[in-house]
Design a protein around this ligand. Sequence first.
Ligand SMILES: Nc1nc2c(c(=O)[nH]1)N[C@H]1C(S)=C(S)[C@@H](COP(=O)(O)OP(=O)(O)OC[C@H]3O[C@@H](n4cnc5c(=O)[nH]c(N)nc54)[C@H](O)[C@@H]3O)O[C@H]1N2
Ligand SMILES: Nc1nc2c(c(=O)[nH]1)N[C@H]1C(S)=C(S)[C@@H](COP(=O)(O)OP(=O)(O)OC[C@H]3O[C@@H](n4cnc5c(=O)[nH]c(N)nc54)[C@H](O)[C@@H]3O)O[C@H]1N2
Ligand SMILES: [Mo]
Length: 773
Amino acid sequence: MVRRSSVDRAVENIDETALEVGPAKERAVGVPAVARATQMAVEQMGVARTARTLALVNQTHGFDCPGCAWPEAKHRSRAEFCENGAKAVAEEATKRRVPPEFFAAHPVGELATWDDYSLGQQGRLTHPMLLDEGATHYRPVSWEEAYDVVAEEVARLSSPDELVFYTSGRTSNEAAFCWQLLARGLGTNNLPDCSNMCHESSGSALTETIGIGKGSVSLLDVETAELVIVAGQNPGTNHPRMLSALEKTKRAGGRIVAINPLREAGLLRFDNPQKPRGVVGSGTDLADVYLQVRLGGDQALFQALGALLLEAEDAAPGTVLDHDFLAAHTRGFEEYAAHLRALDWAEVETATGLPRAQVEEVAELLLASRSTVLCWAMGLTQHKHSVPMLRDAVNLLLLQGNIGKPGAGLCPVRGHSNVQGDRTMGIFERMPDAFHDALDAEFSFASPRAHGLDTVGAIEAMRDGTAKVFLGMGGNFARATPDTAVTEAALASLELTVQVSTKLNRSHVVHGRRALILPTLGRTDRDVQATGPQRVTVEDSMCAVHASEGRLEPPSEHLRSEVAIITELAERLLDGRPGAPVADWRAFRDDYATVRAAVERVVPGFEDFERRIDEPGGFVLPHQPRDERAFATPSGRAELTVNPLEYPRVPPGRLLLQTVRSHDQYNTTIYGRDDRYRGISGGRRVVFVHPDDLREQGLADGDVVDLVSEWEDGDRRAPAFRVVAYATPRGCAAAYYPETNVLVPLGSYADTSRTPTSKSVVVRLEPVAGGAR
Ligand SMILES: Nc1nc2c(c(=O)[nH]1)N[C@H]1C(S)=C(S)[C@@H](COP(=O)(O)OP(=O)(O)OC[C@H]3O[C@@H](n4cnc5c(=O)[nH]c(N)nc54)[C@H](O)[C@@H]3O)O[C@H]1N2
Ligand SMILES: Nc1nc2c(c(=O)[nH]1)N[C@H]1C(S)=C(S)[C@@H](COP(=O)(O)OP(=O)(O)OC[C@H]3O[C@@H](n4cnc5c(=O)[nH]c(N)nc54)[C@H](O)[C@@H]3O)O[C@H]1N2
Ligand SMILES: [Mo]
């Protein structure tokens, strides 16, 4: 059986005739990036609004950039944003609108055939819209009618666990806190979030080993580290401001190692557009060593590096390992060391595709470094064995005591600008008991304690008919999730789908029996409630919490803030409901400081919340391993763990596919059809393959193939991709997300974290007869 989705229909409308393939770049940013960002911003916002808007990004009294979760520098330059931050802002602050007339002109069935780019480019949503049962078009509704529809469907449920409350990571702390309270007030922990598909593996591995699921470094640590390892991350595209930090690392004499199957321009060389040398000079070389590891080979690499450190210690006892730290703060060293001493180097070579000499080069840098930071992102989290892989990464850092000291630590680089804060606020299907206890005390109710559904679990429940109503706080569930055909069918089987959104996306056109679009204010929009203008707060990737205040005129007078929508829904759904939390939802809505006051009483680390967000740059949440080398694991120590070596095994004639972001997209929002650094323009349906793999399969650069993924329950097909001969390791291919999500089987997820294996999909390439571009 071959699974097909509505996206396959959209494919027929995609015009890829403008696709051009040139050489990949060897450097990132510089003047072309500034030019490109300004051009896109002016297209969306016009000249005056562009100037005004970009001046407010990441300034003390402006709004937090909705781009990524990389922290802001303490001394901000006047232009504290990057090319892709500017694009993210432009997409939100666009002057384009999607009014009711748009929906009257386009039946949902037609919109379902549009590609993601065309849907997103229509602009900002302006009115609440309802799709009635059997209707062909969305029609405008009042907010009250919209809430009534939700209330009717909720009343028909036989259990609150038939509800799914999804959250994407742009949602503010205030909205997230209210959202989880609404879900738990109704009686469910079904709070899947984008993090389940993102850094969940990091959270799982870090919680097990160091007792907290967050990174342990500050920006200064990265800038002053003697060695920074960047593994499975493409910062030039996805965290461009990180390049400024890496530039500082280099200028202070630090070394950088990149571990990545692809030679990403942003890791090679950086031309800082805010420094004269980046505009006219030669820029800064970044990676000193670049390991083009095979997909999923990182666990073997971390083990190999650990083994080399042990070997060096044996050769010169007392010079390599941090024995004091190991003795005082860790557990499990002997078992770990014994395991690594039995390491099979032939297997390491198979898994990594790297000769031992290259691994030794990195080991030398580790040996020479007194403070090492490890940064990582999706390249390490989206494999079947990501959690043990990351446990081995932690092992490696613990050996040299690289945690809780200056210039050292673990740095999972988060994606969405508040994804970390959302989790802190309780957006998680299995919050610890301490959180529930505090929540129950604050709101005089008994929150449900049974674990809820994560993202994969939610799709399974919808597919199996045990979930009936989906409510999405932002994001694009239909498109961000794996197994597009399965997920779309699951969503279509629901009674009601509700999307709180800023912009049109596929989740609005893949709908349940009834569907609602609830348009909301974004980060850049002014938010005025009964007590006046409101600010919200966010937490970045390094635990720093700060305020964000939108300044732009909202795109429509009909929009409501996320907090307003949630609290109004809560009043409608919870008032008079037995056992509901005792909360003053109206006060929450009128003055977000009252939400923060409740957060302060429920979540540790938020003491004096309101005052501390007035301090420049906000405040940093406590992190025991970072602050005091204390570890809240069951043993009270950091855990060195023994992890059997795993790596993907690919049958002959097949390739392992990773699904990545291009330079012109924000997750499922497609800004444009170029991927400048990888040499692609005018199209997205490309698959990067090693030239020798092409030759072996009788294919050539320019051929058109279908990508067919193979799984125990059958094949999945993504049609019509142009083959690009590219410098990727043998056997490892790459293509863009979300076009390839149809290929990721729902049942293929990481052990423990249940994150879909988006960087590890077994595929075959099937030539399309007569197809060449
Ligand atoms: N402009 C922009 N910014 C973004 C986003 C966006 O879409 N656009 N998305 C945001 C979000 S939510 C996130 S989570 C982050 C994502 O940021 P990244 O994780 O940088 O995003 P990906 O494109 O998924 O890139 C994964 C990188 O890991 C490498 N990789 C893949 N598999 C492996 C492997 O097995 N081993 C190693 N060592 N490397 C591997 C790939 O070659 C690629 O360079 O960015 C955030 N910022
Ligand atoms: N194959 C594959 N799949 C992946 C990944 C991958 O690498 N490969 N990466 C995964 C990762 S890391 C992530 S984080 C997820 C992302 O999953 P999501 O977070 O669900 O997806 P986004 O594309 O970021 O969501 C974009 C939509 O959010 C809405 N939006 C934007 N700003 C706001 C706002 O301020 N408020 C509200 N209410 N709505 C807003 C807009 O309507 C927009 O269309 O995708 C995952 N899926
Ligand atoms: Mo993410």
